[in-house]
Ligand binder design. Structure first.
Ligand code: ADP
Length: 652
């Protein structure tokens, strides 16, 4: 007789079922089978592992008590597809798909999934299932186990979280870590170090790999430091060096710190360390270094005080100028330089300005340590922090004592020069009078003599006196004119005048003189638009000088005097041209003829009369009329002088 025990939900035995057969051999076999089933059942009932069995269609037909304990489901809730309701919704699909695949291929399956219990808690399980086959090899169901792996999963998650946090903090600090196995020469590293070095999994992490990443200029030094100072002498690695990032070849500054670990015999077995990206702070350090060098080597005095005005810093120039050393002034108030020559109002105004956040600048008379007074040009600016509050003041000061002295001397020199000019003007006015007056007599009487004398030889003497006197008075006039022009600007005497008339009359004055040289003068006065407002005397002088030169330097030729109206930039201009076919001016001399006393033919052998002042005076007069003069000339062919200046038309 065999017996089968049936249980209720609480796993208490309900009843025992039994059969009676009269066949001894079969009975014996049945007995053995039942005993084996019983053993199996007892094994499953008390198994510490959750066990389940399904039929050929996949429906659960059996779960053991441990299974119920893990899933927190009753036997009834578990059978069929009921157990699936307790599977975590996020894992359900994966589990069903896995099952389907295993069933379709009649293979075993292994899944990790969660039960989401009614009380909201979660249990992680590892489920195994293997197909049960009959003698013909057909799958008649699955038998499987589940084990509670919640603890393992929780510690895995905790590990994952702490790794994520570590990665995150390494990212923030731009710091990665590594482990270097000294025996194998291979290092491993954190994710952040991958990013710093620009490397991936395929990078060979050995000593050569690390050395290859180092900037060529730092490579030998770092490699030697590692081999000798660290590996041989067993010291810490602590160095700042540059790497060339593998991925984008960018130069990066890193600070590496590494420590050795030793075995029981004191032999180094491992090195553990960190590598931090310090490019940003290096850049700031570099900028600061440059800035502080600028300040240190500056040619102006620089002083920094705190907001109460206590000196925190002075540069070497400050010491050089004031005579105070750094140590002597630090902590002191800048009033140690006070000369006592400024009113309290000045200092008050200065403090009010800088305390309101503005710059103050001004000149200050200060006293050196030696007692000597000196002048400084001072600019004081407040230094504010991010919140906008003043933390310090910086004063930049330039010693302007010499400059001030120079300006004073210049002012004195200018005043002297002005005084001298005045004296000169008086001198010229009186000289002009004193020299010209006698000439009136000489010229008048020479002319009278020339007319009244009958003896031809005597007449000739009188004519020579007249000619020489005229030349002398011309020269005298020019010298007086240029001297006057040097000390004073010509004063314009503006009147309405007819340009064409002025040009024609002036030109005609030279016709006789030109005839002596067998030269004709053609006048084409064609300035259109009527009378202009200008200085008649200046215009006459300009034209006379130019025509006089043309006549002087032209023999057997033609002189053309033209005038016309030009419009330049919508302004009316008067253009006067004096063109001759005379000896011309060589290119290399064209620049000098405008200078005082300069002539093309100079020295004792010069071939023409003249002072070399005409063009200089002409140019100054043209300047006074805001005009321009231009020369085109070719040696042997002639010269063209073009004068042009803006004009205002007369209303008459
Ligand atoms: P100067 O009293 O000597 O004529 P200017 O200043 O008027 O003084 O002229 C300077 C020099 O320029 C002249 O000596 C002469 O060499 C040259 N020059 C001026 N005008 C002419 C011209 N029309 N043709 C040739 N040379 C000229």
């Amino acid at each position: 007789m065999g017996k089968i025990i049936e249980y209720d939900d609480q796993k208490k035995p309900l009843r025992m079922l039994g059969t009676h057969t009269d066949i001894t051999e079969r009975k014996q076999m049945e007995t053995e089978l039942k005993e084996s089933e019983l053993r199996y059942r007892i094994l499953t009932e008390y198994s510490p592992v959750g066990i389940f069995r399904t039929d050929s269609s996949g429906g659960t037909v059996y779960v053991n008590p441990r299974w119920c304990e893990i899933s927190k489901l009753s036997f009834k809730e578990a059978v069929g597809d009921g157990w699936l309701n307790a599977v975590h919704p996020e894992d359900k699909n994966m589990l069903i798909e896995g099952w389907k695949k295993a069933a379709s291929e009649a293979i075993s399956s292994k899944e990790e999934y969660r039960f989401l219990h009614k009380d909201g808690t979660v249990t992680w399980v590892l489920g195994y299932a293997v197909p049960l086959k009959n003698d013909l090899g057909s799958v008649i169901g699955y038998i499987g186990t589940i084990t509670d792996i919640t603890k393992r999963k929780e510690s895995e998650e905790a590990l994952r979280l702490s790794e994520a946090k570590l990665n995150e903090s390494q990212k923030v600090a731009r710091l990665g870590h590594y482990n270097f196995d000294i025996a194998t020469g291979i290092w491993t590293n954190s994710r952040m170090l991958d990013e710093l070095f620009g490397i991936d999994k395929s990078f060979t992490r050995d000593i050569a790999g690390w050395t290859g990443l180092i900037h060529p200029d730092d490579r030998v030094q770092m490699h030697n430091h590692f081999q000798n100072h660290v590996l041989t002498q067993k010291n810490k690695f602590d160095k700042e060096y540059r790497i060339i990032r593998h991925s984008d070849k960018k130069e990066i500054w890193v600070h590496e710190i590494g420590d050795l670990e030793f075995d029981t015999e004191g032999k180094p077995i491992e090195m553990f360390g960190t590598v931090q990206d310090i490019t940003y702070s290096k850049r700031i350090e570099e900028t600061l270094r440059k800035l502080s060098q600028v300040v240190e080597q500056s040619n102006v005095s620089i002083m920094i005080t705190d907001k109460e005005g206590r000196i925190e810093y002075i540069n070497p120039k400050y010491s050089e100028v004031s005579g105070y050393s750094f140590e002597e002034v630090v902590g002191q108030n800048p009033r140690i330089l006070k000369s006592g020559n400024h009113s309290n109002e000045l200092y008050k105004e200065m403090w009010n300005t800088i305390l309101s956040g503005k710059n103050w600048q001004g000149e200050m008379n200060n006293r050196k340590k030696s007692g000597e007074l000196f002048w400084e040009w001072v600019v004081i600016s407040p230094i504010v922090n991010k919140a906008g509050s003043i933390t310090h003041f910086v004063a930049i000061k330039e010693d302007v004592t010499d400059k001030k002295k120079m300006i004073e001397e210049l002012i004195k020199a200018k005043e002297n020069a002005e005084e001298m000019n005045k004296v000169k003007s008086y001198f010229f006015a009186s000289m002009s009078h004193e020299l010209r007056t006698p000439f009136v007599g000489i010229l008048g009487f020479a002319e009278l003599l020339e007319e009244t004398l009958t003896n031809s030889e005597e007449k000739e003497f009188a004519s020579q006196i007249l000619k020489s006197s005229k030349r002398l008075i011309q020269t005298l006039n020019k010298i007086l004119d240029i001297s006057l022009l040097e000390s004073t600007e010509p004063v314009l005497n503006l009147t309405d005048l007819d340009v064409n008339e002025l040009i024609t009359e002036t030109g005609e004055m030279f016709v006789q003189y030109a005839k002596v040289n067998n030269t004709a003068i053609n006048i084409k006065a064609e300035f259109a638009g009527g009378k202009i407002i200008s200085d008649k005397k200046l215009l006459e002088a300009i034209l006379s000088n130019l025509v006089n030169n043309a006549v002087k330097f032209t023999h057997n030729g033609i002189i053309e005097i033209t005038s016309k109206k030009n419009t330049v930039d919508e302004t009316d201009h008067l253009e006067i041209k004096v063109a001759d076919t005379g000896i011309g001016i060589p290119k290399e001399k064209q620049a000098i003829i405008w200078q005082e006393f300069r002539q093309v033919s100079e020295g004792y052998n010069r071939s023409f009369e003249g002072t070399g002042l005409g063009l200089t005076i002409t140019k100054k007069y043209i300047d006074a009329l805001s005009g321009k003069i231009h020369l085109e000339s070719e040696e042997g062919k002639g010269s063209v002088f073009t004068v042009e200046f803006p004009v205002t038309f007369s209303k008459i």
